[in-house]
Design a protein around this ligand. Sequence first.
Ligand SMILES: Cc1cc2nc3c(=O)[nH]c(=O)nc-3n(C[C@H](O)[C@H](O)[C@H](O)COP(=O)(O)OP(=O)(O)OC[C@H]3O[C@@H](n4cnc5c(N)ncnc54)[C@H](O)[C@@H]3O)c2cc1C
Ligand SMILES: Cc1cc2nc3c(=O)[nH]c(=O)nc-3n(C[C@H](O)[C@H](O)[C@H](O)COP(=O)(O)O)c2cc1C
Ligand code: SF4
Length: 665
Amino acid sequence: MSIDYPLLFEPIDIGPLEIKNRIYHSPVTLNYVDRRTGFPTEELAHYYAERARSGIGLIIQGAMDVSPASEAWPVPNFSMQDENIIPSLRDIVGRVHAYGTKIIVEIFHIGQAANTRRYGRPSVAPSAVPSVSVGTTPKVMEAEDIADAIDGFVRSTINACDAGYDGVELHATHGYLLEQFLSPFFNKREDEYGGPIDNRMRFLRDTIEQCRAAVDDDFVIGLRLVGDELLPGGLTSADIVDVATRLEDDGQLDFLDIDIGSHQNYHVTMSPMYGAPNFNVPVAAAVREAVDALPILCAPGRLVDPGQAETVLQDGHADMVGLGRALVSDPDWVAKVREGRVDDIRHCVFCNQYTMGNLFKGLPIGCIQNPAAGREKDYGAETLVPAEVSKKIAVIGGGPAGMEVARVAALRGHQVTLYEKNEALGGQVLLAAKLPRRDEIEGVVRWLGLQMEKSGVSVEMGVEVTADKVVELGADAVIIATGAHYLGTGFSGVVPQEIAGWDTAGSVTTPEALLTGAVAAGPSVVIVDADGHVTPLGLAEMLAEQGSEVTVVTCYPTVGSKLIEEMNFSHVYPRLLELGVRLRVNSWAAQVRQGEIDVFNLFAPTNIETLPAATVVMATARSVADGLYLDLKDRVPAVHRVGDCVAPGDIGTAILSAHRLGREI
Ligand SMILES: Cc1cc2nc3c(=O)[nH]c(=O)nc-3n(C[C@H](O)[C@H](O)[C@H](O)COP(=O)(O)OP(=O)(O)OC[C@H]3O[C@@H](n4cnc5c(N)ncnc54)[C@H](O)[C@@H]3O)c2cc1C
Ligand SMILES: Cc1cc2nc3c(=O)[nH]c(=O)nc-3n(C[C@H](O)[C@H](O)[C@H](O)COP(=O)(O)O)c2cc1C
Ligand code: SF4
């Protein structure tokens, strides 16, 4: 037991299951699945084994579909109902159980939110309420559809049991089928499945009852239940308290796992750094207070700090606390807390980029900070091999790429010195953290800095390294990680040429110049956006708050198009509207003049309008800082480059490429 967190490391019984501590991996869909078969790929087993290895009490494996009608393209579909899936599931269970961790698999039917486009099957739902998420209208479920769906749950439960899982968690949240029947928002039926609560609970109760009947009593059956749908006319916290007490009285369930929200408001359910932590706690606490003995699980939301987890338990708001993204970014969270190494935890920064962002692109989930997420077999625990020969390595550039390569190379036994021209480590991430309400992202480089120190990297700051200086260093290997910067000319993939007048004195600037304070914005600002991510919008918010009249001219059909899948858009967009930022979509700039700019609609290019613009910000193409690399190529025996100085990208690509080089060098 940890002295600092006594409740967290206290064992707990969930039905017949003895769990060694009160920490669980909240279900996270990882997309590690073979699209042809719907069976897990080996990455899934390695991912969970790595988390079990750290000593977590319980893993609730991310949602597995119980029916082909639960297709959510581009998110790949699992075939949990198919008994041929069992061997690959056994592999997962065996690897997790080997560490004394229990494992339950979440099973679900997506219902109304299914995407029918790929297979031509209709989505099915209690009523014909169209899905705003995927734009489909479901077929109203008839008796045989209801029987089919329940059969899928039952078969999946039997398969889970045969594969050796300790239980299943039925998924009745996030707006999916079991919730849809419960919900007056989705369920408009007038038969025995609609109307009063007993009718709306019928499908859920029948499903629970039939799953329960299909397996022995020592097999756990739990329910992830929406705590509040956050939808107009939808289920409220009070409704759920009522449902929960009825379910406890039914006596068929071993636990409830309570969270908040539907797929229409995923930006709350999987809140990024803009939202406050603990968003699931109030609804779980309400259920905890109302039920008697039924264990209540809750992933508080945006949990990284073990103190926060302990408080939820101390306050009696839940019996177990779950972590989702924090375990993607740091699989060793539990071990680090238990062993008093809390400072070493690689905090999830809740950017949502490679988790939610990848999920809704249909890509395997990863993490911008943790290159081993989804690559545990190759990059996981104990895969780092000491270098055969300890080399003297010079790393030039202290952004995330330079820091990661330095850290990994030093861990392998190399003598590494990192040179950074600024007085602080972090590169562009320090600028990213200056955008409104984005300061958490600095955690990426804070952790790298601490780990570099611990692995013995020497750092020389305030040193702008030249090619001559590098030659003088006489290093065995040189790694260039000098980054990239905005070009400022308006060159872009929209119109691949400079925007006329880009060099108008005193008018045109870059995001970096504004964020470092090198340039102050004028009273009217136009931000030209070919980026689609957070920088142009963050600048718009920042400058509007400072009193400028701001217009964003974006080439995309909406501003912040790349923020939508990451669930950041719904946090940023309202702020722009509140601040009166003007948004011009599908548009581009033709000409900058002193104090003004001509813009046009990309679909009506002759329709040109002139806007006042004391300052024009070019959030357009970025350019690599590769001069040092090119100068050194033929002057030193071994020179490598990583990160943005190869091609401008993001933190994740910078860190992954650096990590790979750190292992190879
Ligand atoms: C405003 C802004 C917001 C962003 N937001 C995000 C985001 O939300 N998510 C995301 O994934 N990415 C974001 N990015 C991009 C991301 O920060 C970069 O992709 C990433 O930092 C690249 O890492 P790097 O180490 O390759 O280069 P950099 O971060 O550019 O680091 C290069 C370092 O090298 C140093 N250097 C250069 N030349 C020399 C020299 N000669 N001698 C010594 N030192 C030198 C520089 O001072 C710098 O510290 C953002 C970028 C900006 C500008
Ligand atoms: C990429 C991703 C996938 C998720 N997949 C599921 C899922 O399959 N089933 C589920 O019930 N919740 C899912 N969730 C929600 C998490 O279980 C958790 O409730 C939420 O992320 C809040 O916890 P956190 O802040 O600790 O991540 C997912 C969350 C993320 C970020
Ligand atoms: S990608 Fe971002 S949100 Fe996802 S686990 Fe990594 S740090 Fe956290």
